[in-house]
Ligand binder design. Structure first.
Ligand SMILES: Nc1nc2c(c(=O)[nH]1)N[C@H]1C(S)=C(S)[C@@H](COP(=O)(O)O)O[C@H]1N2
Ligand SMILES: [Mo]
Length: 193
């Protein structure tokens, strides 16, 4: 610890501009927490070819998974450092997907949507996460499974995700239609448009 006075919290190099640290794990949901039965849960990817890839909960949790330790940044200005998750990389899920579209729209149980460039969810940048801190993901945090795209503001990490639809255009999702930035890079403070 600093001897000559406490380091200002916002000086932490892991903190993007305008963010402050939180130790808690706030819940931010635009609507009620849907109750989702793993027996009827599925996750699917819909390319423009119509060749939909779909996984049941049993199939999904049998896929190779990874442990992810990462910082997360909410546009309302809290950041949480060193969060730990388990999930399936989108590289794994996209392995057999053929598409010439450059964007994805994430769709959640409950109706939430958010848009992302395909190239920003591949190459180890995004996961469908189903554990947090070694435990099944809490429903209020998106359980049974959520998108995790930690290099963008956390609204892009759709809770209760049920599928990704390939898009030709970068059409805005739920919060993006209400004025959130279409891209959402916390290091560039892409908060609102
Ligand atoms: N389905 C869904 N996903 C969502 C949201 C939501 O309202 N619905 N809120 C987003 C926002 S604004 C944030 S900051 C994070 C919050 O995740 P948490 O509640 O686990 O902290 O989820 C994102 N994903
Ligand atoms: Mo948020």
């Amino acid at each position: 610890m600093a001897v000559f006075g406490a380091r200002r919290r916002n000086d932490d190099p892991a903190l993007p501009p305008g963010q402050h640290l939180t130790e808690s794990f706030p819940v931010l949901s635009a609507g009620p927490t849907p109750s989702i039965d793993p027996d009827t849960w599925s996750f699917s990817i819909h390319p423009e070819t119509g060749n939909t890839q779909r996984w049941s909960w049993e199939e999904f949790t049998a896929l190779p998974s990874e442990e992810i330790t990462t910082d997360i940044h909410c546009v309302t200005s809290w950041s949480k450092l060193g969060t730990s998750w388990r999930g399936v990389s989108l590289d794994t899920l996209f392995a057999d997907v053929e598409t010439s579209f450059d964007f994805v729209m994430a769709h959640s149980y409950g109706g939430y949507t958010t848009n992302l460039p395909l190239e920003e969810v591949l190459d180890g940048q995004a996961w469908i996460a189903y554990e947090y801190d070694g435990e099944p993901l809490d429903p209020e945090h998106g359980g049974p499974a959520r998108l995790l795209v930690p290099h963008l503001y956390f609204w892009k990490s759709a809770k209760w995700v049920r599928g990704l639809v390939m898009q030709d255009d970068d059409d805005p999702g739920f919060w993006e239609q209400y004025g959130y930035h279409n891209h959402g890079d916390p290091w560039r403070e892409e908060r609102y448009s």
